[in-house]
Design a protein around this ligand. Structure first.
Ligand code: HEM
Ligand SMILES: *[C@@H]1O[C@H](CO)[C@@H](O)[C@H](O)[C@H]1NC(C)=O
Ligand SMILES: *[C@@H]1O[C@H](CO)[C@@H](O)[C@H](O)[C@H]1NC(C)=O
Length: 335
């Protein structure tokens, strides 16, 4: 009897999901989130975000990768709750952490929020805007366009210490990377799939020159695993002995603004930029995935995996229902 009930219930959920998605009504998702959460309260929300993102990326293409990275920095630190946007006069907030010093996108999230406030006041959370902007950044870089769950609410706390604890540094090895991800409920597959985000964008020499070029393992030498035809190019770009070198280097030099599989070909041929990229070859499962994607002739499987992994990242420690708040301004002061 109980089994029958479970089966019937499962059937209802499946049927309901099918009916609802084709009619555009919200599809219930994880822990109070739903695909199309704003269907009734702000039906044009997703369209408005995409329109604004198109404009933002047209004005400055480097903002597409920046806004993709923005979601990582929000979600990994205190969950996807827009706490990265908060400011403090008395303490160091997340955005003041050294690890986030090159993070860009604050004004753009605020700009999108202003559009949404015009259309539907006090309705769409900043946390959802960050997730939608990242989705559109991928799409506008020729990546997949996947459906996002929405319904997150905004947190009220932001502390730099959380950023230091929860964001994986670029010098991380595979063991540490798996731990950073697993405490956020993400597995090895999310790790290897989401690392592929480094197929777009750039990094400052400060983020890798010590680890890879000049002081590998604190031994004052070059990382012996770094591709020897690639290394001289990087050494030309980054001056030795400057731990704060802000010079930018493209992470996937062949196609830095196209979301494709070349990240995996880079890593496979030892041209990954960070130790954390190269570390994906040090675990059997992540290595097999890198190898498969490096030789894949279609992006189909990767795009499917990416959509799933981004959905997983968007579920980290979310505030839903009556938790958190909806703010008028994302970058509000907490004190
Ligand atoms: C696996 C652990 C990861 C590490 C250690 C890492 C580290 C970094 C670092 C150090 C930078 C360059 C910052 C700079 O020098 O300006 C960067 C850039 C970037 N990261 Fe990651 N990241 C990781 C995972 C991810 C994930 C999961 C995403 C997905 C959202 C992501 C998306 C990006 C993007 C798009 C950029 C380029 C930003 C730009 O061009 O402005 N990263 N990452
Ligand atoms: C290299 O790293 C070691 C250990 O972290 C440090 O003591 C040393 O000062 C570094 N050398 C340079 C040139 O940065
Ligand atoms: C280094 O990169 C080149 C492409 O620039 C590639 O042909 C070569 O196989 C790579 N070396 C290694 C060890 O993967």
């Amino acid at each position: 009897m109980a089994l029958l009930l479970v089966l019937v219930r499962a059937l209802i959920v499946v049927v309901a999901a099918a009916v609802v998605s084709s009619s555009g009504l919200p599809v219930p998702g994880y822990d109070g989130l739903a695909i199309g959460f704003y269907h009734e309260t702000c039906p044009q929300a997703e369209e408005l975000v995409l329109a604004e993102m198109r404009e933002i990326v047209r004005e400055d293409k480097t903002l597409a990768p920046a806004l993709l990275r923005f979601m990582l920095h929000d979600c990994f630190v205190r969950g996807c709750d827009a706490s990265i946007m908060l400011k403090s006069r008395k303490m160091m907030a997340e955005r003041d952490a050294l690890l986030s010093c090159s993070l860009r996108g604050y004004e753009q999230i605020e700009r999108i929020k202003a559009k949404l406030e015009e259309a539907c006041p006090m309705t769409v959370s900043c946390a959802d805007i960050i997730v939608m902007a990242a989705r559109d950044a991928v799409f506008l870089s020729n990546g997949p366009r996947y459906q996002v769950e929405t319904g997150r609410r905004d947190g009220k706390v932001s502390c730099d210490i959380d950023a230091y604890n929860d964001l994986p540094p670029p010098g991380s090895n595979i063991v540490d990377l798996k731990i950073y991800f697993s405490v956020k409920n993400l597995g090895w597959k999310d790790l290897v799939v989401l690392s592929g985000s480094h197929t777009i964008g750039r990094a400052q020499c400060a983020s890798f020159a010590g680890d890879r070029l000049y002081n590998y393992s604190g031994e004052g030498k070059q990382d012996p695993s770094l591709n020897t035809t690639y290394a001289p190019e990087l050494r030309k770009a980054c001056v030795p002995g400057d731990p704060f070198d802000e010079t930018y280097v493209e992470m996937d030099p062949g196609s830095p603004y196209t979301f494709d599989l070349s990240y995996y070909r880079d890593v496979y041929s030892k041209r990954g930029l960070f130790l954390s990229d190269q570390a994906l070859l040090d675990d059997r499962w992540t290595r097999e995935y890198v190898e498969r994607m490096a030789s894949a002739d279609s992006t189909e499987e990767y795009f499917r995996d990416y959509s799933k992994a981004m959905t997983n990242m968007g579920r980290i420690e979310v505030l839903t229902g009556d938790n958190g708040e909806i703010r008028k301004v994302c970058g509000a002061y907490v004190d």
